[in-house]
Design a protein around this ligand. Structure first.
Ligand code: F6P
Length: 447
């Protein structure tokens, strides 16, 4: 069988805390089950551009990493990836900024990745490139004479061309994707957006590009086992003890403006205003580990959330109750699954999201005999599959506040029925199906 080579901006090195997000979980599962090579940035900065690629090996997976310089990090990662592409691809155009030096940095790092990766490749390899950081990589690898099949998967949404057009190099982004043998998206809607972009850029003369929708899933049985086991652990027992019998709503998100946390906090405040009788009976626990916090938009959103928490708690808290518990702290994955199992309501309201695996994990973590209800944004990819959730528009504060009330009031039989339907959907498209489907499609593209 041919070797799998995965490439992503950041990689999860053995013995380090797992990087957050679906990409790390998905690639790690594919690599563990298939073996192979995972190439990417070490997460470290270094002035020494001549240092050799660092190679480590663990459980049949080889990890190859390079460092970036401060300038590469500023232009490529902070600049073009996370201040140009990230907001634009999430349709948050007011946060979008562009600087041609950032774009130059983006191209330079992609060229560097190609130059460092090419010597590590073997003739029978299948190369799988992940996410918006590395769109030009196939073109750069082909320029170096690499002929092996190369697939690309976008973990975040692909914007409609009328939004992508804000980017001065939009046409280059589309053209660069045509150098892949297969381009995969989270949803058919993203795939359609890309096809509309192709049609616009090539005006009816587009090259043939194989595309497909491969919605990423979770390892359902692993989450069920983790959540069950976590209930007996000290951190989960302490959290439950601290509720003093009150019912729990939980949110778990990277602290990112695309997650809709400011809007969610406002909606919760509105819920408290309108539902005085429920006030002391519930607690909202929001876990929001810091992310990209050296980028201004991220430090601003952090401040806004601190103020919103202070306002709501200052206004509604009592000597023996605080309505929001807001933590910028990460927990081991198993502990989070236990927290979710202990909650009556899960709230996932991104302004836009490629998929959102937290929503899927919340469903799998529930006790089927007495499951919690899920409130889910219609603008998350997961909403295409989880129609047993209470679907909301995250900008509609009144609608979200009403959904919180409805979720807490939902009768047991309805919760069980919605949960069973969602769990079945998770099993139909789990993590293994995701990578097998994508790898099978690469093989079909280049038999
Ligand atoms: O898919 C979204 C994503 O950007 C992944 O590429 C990444 O693994 C994750 O979010 C976390 O982001 P970062 O590596 O910028 O901290």
């Amino acid at each position: 069988m041919s070797r799998l080579v995965c490439v992503s901006n950041r990689i999860t090195l053995p013995r380090r805390t797992a990087a957050p997000g679906g990409l790390a979980v998905g690639v790690l599962a594919a690599m563990r089950d298939n073996g192979g090579l995972w190439f990417g940035w070490s997460g470290e900065l270094s002035a020494d551009t001549t240092a050799p690629t660092a190679i480590t090996e663990r459980d049949g997976v080889r990890y190859a990493t390079i460092d970036l310089t401060q300038m590469q990090y500023d232009r490529y990662y902070k600049g073009f990836c996370n201040t140009s592409l990230w907001p634009l691809f999430h349709y948050l155009s007011d946060r979008f900024r562009y600087d041609h030096e950032w774009h130059d940095g983006y191209l330079a790092v992609n060229r560097l990745f190609a130059a460092r990766l090419a010597p590590l490749l073997e003739p029978g390899d299948r190369i799988w490139v992940h996410d918006y950081h590395l769109i030009p990589l196939a073109r750069e690898l082909r320029a170096l004479g690499v002929t092996q099949p190369i697939g690309f998967f976008l973990h975040i949404p692909f914007p409609h061309i009328e939004v992508l057009r804000l980017l001065p190099v939009a046409a280059e982004i589309i053209r660069d994707l045509t150098h892949y043998d297969l381009v995969g998206f989270q949803t058919e809607a993203d795939e359609r957006s890309f096809r509309a972009g192709l049609a616009r850029v090539y005006a009816g003369d587009a090259p043939r590009v194989r595309t497909g929708a491969f919605p990423i899933g979770i390892d359902v049985d692993a989450v069920i086992a983790e959540a069950g086991a976590a209930m007996r652990t000290d951190p989960v027992r302490r959290m439950i003890g601290g509720l003093l019998g009150r019912r729990l709503m939980i949110g778990v998100d990277r602290l990112d403006y695309s997650k809709g946390l400011v809007e969610r906090f406002s909606a919760y405040q509105r819920f408290l205003e309108r539902n005085a009788e429920l006030r002391r009976k519930l607690i909202y626990l929001q876990i929001a580990p810091l992310s990209r916090d050296d980028i201004q938009a991220y430090s601003q959103i952090r401040q806004a959330l601190e103020q919103a928490t202070g306002r709501t708690n200052g206004r509604f808290a009592d000597t023996d109750w605080t309505p929001i518990r807001y933590l910028n702290k990460n927990f081991p994955h198993g502990t989070l699954m236990g927290f979710m199992r202990a909650a009556q309501v899960g709230i996932v309201t991104p302004l836009r999201d490629g998929m959102n695996l937290v929503a899927k994990e919340f469903v799998a973590a529930q006790d089927p005999a007495d499951p919690g209800a899920l409130i889910l944004s219609s603008l998350a990819g997961a909403a295409h599959e989880l129609d047993g959730a209470v679907i909301v528009n995250p900008y509609d504060l009144r609608g979200v506040a009403q959904a919180v009330a409805a979720a807490f009031a939902m009768p047991l039989a309805e919760r069980q029925q919605r949960h069973a339907a969602m769990l079945a959907a998770l099993r139909r498209r789990d993590l293994h199906a995701w990578y097998r489907g994508f790898l099978g499609a690469i093989d079909a593209a280049r038999p």
